[in-house]
Write a protein that binds this ligand. Structure first.
Ligand SMILES: Nc1ncnc2c1ncn2[C@@H]1O[C@H](COP(=O)(O)OP(=O)(O)OP(=O)(O)O)[C@@H](O)[C@H]1O
Ligand SMILES: C[C@@](O)(CCOP(=O)(O)OP(=O)(O)O)CC(=O)O
Length: 333
């Protein structure tokens, strides 16, 4: 028996950085994201009868040892569902996954990958699980993965772990999402390690969580009312706050590169020439930018960014599109 699931990364507009509980990836502040359309993960999970059940995994064509987080997801399923526990005691699992975009480079591959895995495991082993429980299952794989379960704009609340779709991917048709690829290499400090280091050493961590929690409400209302200037300012501020926290951790965590700073300067120059934001950048734990803009200004924004490409400062500019969510292909016996 096998199932294939497609999922997409999400980019946080208000970012998760810091854990109240590391074992369950419980965040210290709520976050909200937008789903990406033109990049995806495809994950196949195959279940086969076995006398000595095992779990094998392949990522981007290479065999990998399933991580403790994958094991935690499976243990959680076993604890929730006796039929899943029974199947896993008599069957081996083969997980085969690939990403159509750089893995481990700050483009949310873990979010997309763990969301696809959670939905595939649920579909094969515990089909009656609710969407919320599936989001919690994904979160055990990687916190931000719980936001990739739904398409569009998705909020993850810190107090209760509830994941809700704030608006669908069709809500704001004029909105455009671009990726500016500065570097596709694996980053030196992963998000998990980075946020633990910030919690232990950054003197501003608690304040950042307070500011992000308040910002969550402003960003949600900017999304609902399609207020681009408001959304743009809050998104850029949140990204800057996160990277300031990283820089004031010790030893400092530097995700932004000279190319990232060139993107930041280009966006602010564009915005000041319009007296109001027409574009916003946001960076997760890596040097690659996601740019939000609107249909009316997209050409102009791309043109300004392409100057950076011509100058050799950035590698590529990709139309990412707003979308996301997960799609389950028909199950095969
Ligand atoms: N398709 C996938 N299926 C399962 N696990 C994956 C998949 N893609 C990535 N991962 C896991 O996620 C890890 C990368 O996560 P990491 O948080 O370091 O980077 P990222 O997700 O690209 O960046 P960020 O979350 O900071 O935006 C990989 O080393 C791998 O263990
Ligand atoms: C900067 C971020 O992308 C950090 C994401 O961190 P992860 O979700 O990858 O961390 P773990 O829960 O430890 O797996 C911000 C965000 O996506 O909200």
């Amino acid at each position: 028996m096998e199932v294939t699931v497609e999922s997409h990364p999400n980019i946080a507009l208000v970012k998760y950085w810091g854990k109240a509980d590391a074992a369950t990836n419980t965040p210290i502040n709520g976050s909200v994201s937008i789903g990406m359309q033109n990049v995806k993960t495809t994950t196949n999970v195959h279940l086969e009868p076995a006398a000595a059940p095992s779990i094998e995994m392949e990522l981007n064509g290479m065999p990998v040892t399933p991580s403790q987080r994958v094991q935690n997801m499976i243990d959680y399923l076993i604890s929730l569902s006796p039929p899943a526990a029974e199947l896993l005691s008599t069957h081996s699992l083969k997980i085969t996954s690939s990403n159509s975009f750089p893995t481990g480079a700050g483009m949310a591959s873990s979010a997309s990958g763990m969301a696809a895995l959670a939905v595939a495991l649920k579909t094969l082993l515990a089909p009656t699980l609710s969407n919320q429980t599936t989001a919690t299952l994904a979160r055990l794989g990687s916190g931000s993965a719980c936001r990739s379960i739904h398409p569009g704009f998705v909020r993850w609340d810190a107090e209760n772990g509830i994941v809700t779709q704030v608006a669908t991917d069709k809500h704001w048709p004029e909105l455009r999402l671009l990726a500016v690829v500065c570097c596709a290499e694996k980053k030196a400090v992963g998000s998990t390690e980075g946020m633990l280091r910030s919690a232990a050493t950054c003197p501003f961590m608690d304040r950042r969580a307070e500011v992000a929690s308040a910002r969550l409400e402003d960003v949600e209302s900017a999304i609902i009312s399609k207020d681009f200037p408001k959304l743009a300012e809050e998104v850029m501020r949140d990204s800057n706050d996160l990277h300031a926290v990283c820089l004031s951790s010790y030893p400092p965590i530097v995700y932004l590169s000279a190319s990232s700073l060139a993107v930041i300067n280009t966006v602010h120059a564009l915005n000041s020439s319009h007296n109001s934001p027409i574009a916003a950048y946001t960076f997760d734990a890596g040097p690659n930018a996601m740019i939000l803009t609107t249909a009316a200004y997209c050409k102009q924004v791309k043109w300004a960014l392409s100057e950076l490409k011509l100058a050799g400062s950035v590698k590529d500019i990709i139309d990412i599109g707003v979308g996301g969510g997960t799609v389950v292909q028909p199950m095969k016996e």
